[in-house]
Design a protein around this ligand. Structure first.
Ligand code: ZN
Length: 231
């Protein structure tokens, strides 16, 4: 029996955020026959401590690293909105862009940053780009993409309203849904390792990453806040 076609869309602020948040789950979905897409909101122009690195070169490298990470995960395609890194703002233009991709790709599941809190698990600050992206995605899913009266110009392009059924938010203070990625942790680390400009010492990074996603019982988990949209 062929499986019905399923589509997931991961929307991240920066190159590598999607791999940190959900690479294991995305790899599982792709293997199960889902069409998985990534949408990256910024150009990644700020993620380096290398002062000799030229801006245009960094943007090009990070884009190629994101493409390579997606190849390693079986992601079908990746799109870039190219907003300036660390300057992402939630406005009508960003909302329209995200609604456009939701209406175009018609995902059942959308994965993104949890924008609800500035402080996460009392251990790090939720980057302002993450909060802007996550907020825009939630508003795009509900209500904007569902109602033809929002951005009605989309109709003329054949982009019909769309209802997303499931939201999975990573880096949440309120996770309610664990995905066991024990058989995927190597793929996750391999995808993260594609971001060469971000993780200089690959061995140190792999050790860190293994600890980061290991739960107390020895399994590897990606933890999400899951919202199932009932209507
Ligand atoms: Zn980020």
């Amino acid at each position: 029996m062929p499986q019905p076609s399923r589509t997931a869309l991961l929307i991240a602020a920066h190159p590598d955020d999607g791999e940190f948040g959900a690479a294991g789950h995305c790899s599982q979905l792709a293997d199960e026959g889902w069409d998985v897409y990534f949408l990256v909101c910024t150009n990644g122009a700020k993620g380096t401590e290398d002062r000799a690195m030229h801006r245009e070169r960094l943007i090009a490298l990070r884009r190629e690293e994101q493409r390579e990470a997606c190849r390693r995960l079986g992601v079908k395609d990746v799109f870039f909105l190219d907003h300036e890194d660390s300057e992402l703002v939630y406005d009508r233009a960003l909302l329209e862009q995200i609604v456009r991709y939701i209406r175009m790709l018609r995902p059942e599941t959308v994965l993104t940053h949890d924008p609800a809190d500035i402080i996460i698990l009392d251990s790090f600050i939720n980057h302002p780009d993450h909060r802007a992206a996550g907020t825009a995605v939630l508003d795009a899913v509900y209500p904007t993409a569902r109602d033809h009266l929002n951005f009605p110009e989309h109709l003329a392009e054949g982009l019909e309203p769309h209802k997303v059924r499931e939201l999975l938010l990573w880096n949440s203070n309120s996770p309610n849904f664990d995905v066991d990625i024990s058989d995927r942790v190597d793929q996750k680390i391999n995808a993260l390792a594609a971001h060469v400009t971000q993780f200089g010492d690959q061995q140190d990074f792999a050790t860190f990453a293994r600890e980061r996603w290991k739960s107390e019982d020895g399994r590897y988990l990606e933890r999400f806040r899951r919202i199932q949209l009932q209507f």
